[in-house]
Design a protein around this ligand. Sequence first.
Ligand SMILES: *Cc1c(COP(=O)(O)O)cnc(C)c1O
Length: 372
Amino acid sequence: MNLCDFVPEYIRAIQPYQPGKPISELVRELGLEESTVIKLASNENPLGTSPLALAAMIKTLNAVARYPDGSGFELKAALSDRYAIGTDQIILGNGSNDVLDLAARMLLKPGATAIYSQHAFAIYSLLVQTIGAKGVSVPARDYGHDLPAMLDAITPETRIVFIASPNNPTGTLSSAEDLLRFLERVSQDVLVVLDEAYNEYLPEANRTNSVSWLKQFPNLIITRTFSKAYGLAGVRVGYGLAHPDVADLMNRVRQPFNVNSIGLAGALAALQDDAFVERAYTLNRAGMLQLADGLRKLGMEYIPSYGNFISFRVAGDETNTRKVNQSLLRQGVIVRPLGAYEMPHHLRVTIGLESENQKFLKSLEHAMGELV
Ligand SMILES: *Cc1c(COP(=O)(O)O)cnc(C)c1O
């Protein structure tokens, strides 16, 4: 069709994002019994959703004829309380992906560049490409962000640096000292997007009060989400914390009703349910040990992770990784291949319930046995 010829080349060049395979798709493809399939492919919360959030969302279903509160007044008030910052410093999004998108659309245009790390969350490059700006991927160091190299990659055209900590899919964490050193050196006319989607999973010893850095660095935005530890991935709520001037401009870019009423109600209730987040954290720590231990026993190399997932390497050539993934699928276990992340030898598994982790390990052992 001729119309398509008018679509900018940078749009036509986009490779679609590859989400984790839905259970229903695997059931259709392989004719498996739905209840036997486990999905450990999208870093979702194996505990489901906070019961408080569920109740609040069900209640809101009765009022969906009305538009949501476009200002997100109550959720912003609760976040403002929690972080002791102004409500004018908060941007709500349809998932934190939306907030990342708002940052990109606010600042980027063709000719501008944005920097991110090799093996970083795939959404960054996608957003940059959608605008026709240039994405610069800086080689990773031991799978993690090489912050000094990212600093060196900045040019006068650079408007945004994306940093994921912990990063998905590598699970690597940038230390508070390294992040502060980076923030102190980066020019204040470059926006630093610190993506902390997995913040709630960090052990006490690795937590930093990054929100307190906002006072010192007006060019910093911190993004967090209700999709992971809060178990609300399906209703899409995330947020950004930034300087009021930055938040104001981002709020002008967003759609007036970008967060739906069910999501707003669920997030507000989830934020009060510390017990649920604590359970998610504890389960994740135990599952991390279980999986790391199991992978070690199978002789698999893995990248130590600070998230709710682990990426591990299948020895041999890339065909082996594909075969193992196929075998896992046939056994009803969905994990994520990482070819799109320049990690064609790796698979990423989300930490599930104890029984799910066990089924994954058993299936992986079987898959490895099929290789020889
Ligand atoms: C899962 C994830 C997000 C969260 O996305 P939502 O849009 O909030 O669901 C953001 N960043 C990273 C690195 C992630 O892995």
